[in-house]
Ligand binder design. Structure first.
Ligand SMILES: Nc1nc2c(ncn2[C@@H]2O[C@H](COP(=O)(O)OP(=O)(O)OP(=O)(O)O)[C@@H](O)[C@H]2O)c(=O)[nH]1
Ligand SMILES: [Mg+2]
Length: 303
């Protein structure tokens, strides 16, 4: 599995055939995205939740995404330490991925890794992402269910909920429920949900947890299983899977085109020259791009 994942991450030519073969075997796993602010307790929660699924006889895969921002150094090491209890469990597979260097963004690569874990027999695959940017929204598209973690007293009050996060959440977890303020977050969230437009068949569940002690974890698993049952057969689930497949296809196309042109036309020196030409208003960016596209044989070129 490790070799397959590395091959996909490196985009070896052989990985296309590998993914094609694995695609036939995949499609059974329940892919759950977990997102939330840095330090919200995602990894701690995941370790407990994975343990809970293991007790129900499920095999678990975990993809922990390291945003590799200058502010989060050591996140991978941190996850390893936090998930130590799982490290020796034969039914759990943990993999960290770095977003740095992912030309096409995190989501396509994470989806392929999830596919590998799925094909290898994981019943549940968790994808942990830090909720700081576009990645969280993209990861929500690859997941069958998206869990958004909130914590009391960290500026996650309703006033500061990011609009995008409200839209992607299938389930809300209020973690660190042992800290003061959890009730208030729950109350505010309920008010917000009662006014937000929702698909008629599912109002996002709210589960309070204390990841450090494991409190609320069985309830979280049950809520996730209820969501799965509600979406598996429903038209809401169908619509979502269709939309996800469509986004994935378009994303892959976008990425492939970009990589083709980038491989053939990019080098730092040339980009630097273009940038200077744009700054000096000697060239406009649209015609530069059109020129690059034409040189790669994927465009008609500038008028
Ligand atoms: N009091 C309290 N602390 C918690 C709880 N859950 C996690 N923590 C602590 O919060 C800190 C961050 O936990 P992590 O699990 O690393 O959080 P994370 O969201 O994975 O962090 P990043 O991956 O770095 O974004 C750790 O010190 C945990 O022990 C909880 O329910 N209550
Ligand atoms: Mg973490």
């Amino acid at each position: 599995m490790a070799q397959a994942i590395s091959s996909v991450e490196r985009k070896d030519p052989a990985s296309v055939a590998l993914l094609r073969n694995l695609f036939q075997r995949a499609g059974k796993a329940y892919v759950i995205g977990i997102t939330g602010a840095p330090g919200a307790g995602k990894s701690t929660l995941l370790e407990k939740l994975a343990g809970e699924y293991r007790r129900h006889g499920m095999r678990v895969g975990i993809i922990a995404v390291d945003p590799t921002s200058p502010f989060s150094g050591g996140a991978i090491l941190g996850d390893r330490i936090r998930m130590q209890a799982l490290a020796t469990d034969e039914g759990t597979y943990i993999r960290s991925m770095a977003t740095r260097g992912q030309l096409g963004g995190l989501a396509p690569a994470a989806r392929d890794v999830a596919l590998i874990l799925d094909a290898a027999g994981c019943d549940v695959v968790f994808v942990e992402t830090v909720g700081v940017g576009q990645d969280e929204v993209e990861v929500a598209r690859l997941a069958d269910a998206t869990v958004v973690l909130l914590v009391p007293g960290m500026g996650d009050d309703v006033q500061t909920f990011k609009a995008g996060v409200m839209e992607i959440a299938d389930l809300f977890v209020i973690n660190k429920a042992d800290l003061p303020g959890a009730e208030r977050v729950e109350r505010d969230l309920n008010i917000l949900l009662s006014v937000a437009p929702q698909p008629a068949s599912w109002r996002p569940a709210i589960v309070k947890t204390t990841a450090t002690s494991g409190e609320g974890i069985p309830e979280l698993r049950e809520a996730l299983e209820r969501f799965r049952a509600a979406t598996e057969q429903s038209s809401m689930g169908q619509t979502r899977r269709r939309e996800n497949a469509r986004m994935h296809l378009l994303e892959l196309l976008r990425q492939s085109l970009f990589e083709k042109v980038a491989r053939e036309q990019f080098d730092e020196r040339r980009i630097g020259e273009y940038v200077e030409a744009i700054l000096a208003r000697r060239r406009d960016p649209h015609s530069i791009v059109a020129e690059m596209m034409q040189a790669s044989g994927v465009g008609t070129g500038p008028e």
